[in-house]
Design a protein around this ligand. Structure first.
Ligand SMILES: CC(C)(COP(=O)(O)OP(=O)(O)OC[C@H]1O[C@@H](n2cnc3c(N)ncnc32)[C@H](O)[C@@H]1OP(=O)(O)O)[C@@H](O)C(=O)NCCC(=O)NCCS
Length: 173
């Protein structure tokens, strides 16, 4: 598995992955529209699959994308916008998160934060085990986001109604 930074050369390839996965480049968090097509980040590509896929001329030289993290920086804060792993429990999510935290440290951020939702028990577990803490809950914030993006489902992971946004953070020393 290879981790690569999103750059000009592979941007279209990453965008194609985002569209295939979410059918849109736009995400809505906290009532704000965010264009993932201009976000920085890293992707993980699977070397073994890449040979097969490249030979079928589907995905090109960057192989098959098996994970993606995107972020933005404002002042001394990094916000993780998305983190997705298509092949779970192989260390892909941890590696991508590690890249982002390392970058935050490198550029002098004092905090890395992200928003997840109340239904995503897996993400709450994943981030807490990796040094993130819950710092704020925005009650019923997903109702606001749904006004902008009605396709956000009412029921999420584990059959739990999606209602609240939970802010998690890691302080960088
Ligand atoms: C949350 C998410 C990104 C985790 O990605 P992942 O690739 O499964 O993450 P990892 O493989 O690094 O870690 C998952 C578990 O696998 C374990 N693991 C890692 N490498 C492993 C290996 N080689 N063999 C066995 N287990 C392994 C890890 O220890 C970890 O367990 P833990 O959380 O109990 O410590 C992924 O589940 C996902 O995409 N979820 C849907 C989208 C989402 O919710 N994103 C986050 C909200 S912003």
């Amino acid at each position: 598995m290879e981790i690569k930074r999103i750059d000009q050369a592979n941007r279209a390839f990453v965008d194609e992955f985002i569209l295939r996965k979410w059918y849109t480049m736009e995400m809505v968090v906290h009532g704000e529209r965010i264009d993932l097509g201009s976000a920085d980040g890293w992707f993980a590509s699977d070397g073994i699959a890449s040979e097969k896929i490249a030979s079928e001329k589907i995905a090109g030289e960057d192989g098959e994308i098996v994970g993606l993290i995107t972020y933005r920086i404002s002042g001394d804060e990094m916000e993780i916008l998305s983190l997705d792993s298509l092949k779970e429990n192989r260390g892909i999510g941890s590696r991508l998160l590690g890249e982002a935290v390392e970058e935050a440290r490198r550029v002098g951020c004092t905090r890395v934060m992200l928003i997840t939702t109340n239904d995503n028990l897996h993400a709450l577990r994943f981030y807490q085990k990796r040094g993130f803490d819950m710092v704020r809950i925005y009650r019923n914030a997903v109702d606001e986001s749904r006004k902008i993006k009605p396709e956000i489902p009412l029921i999420g992971d584990n059959g739990i109604p999606i209602k609240h946004e939970i802010e998690m953070e890691m302080k960088i020393e």
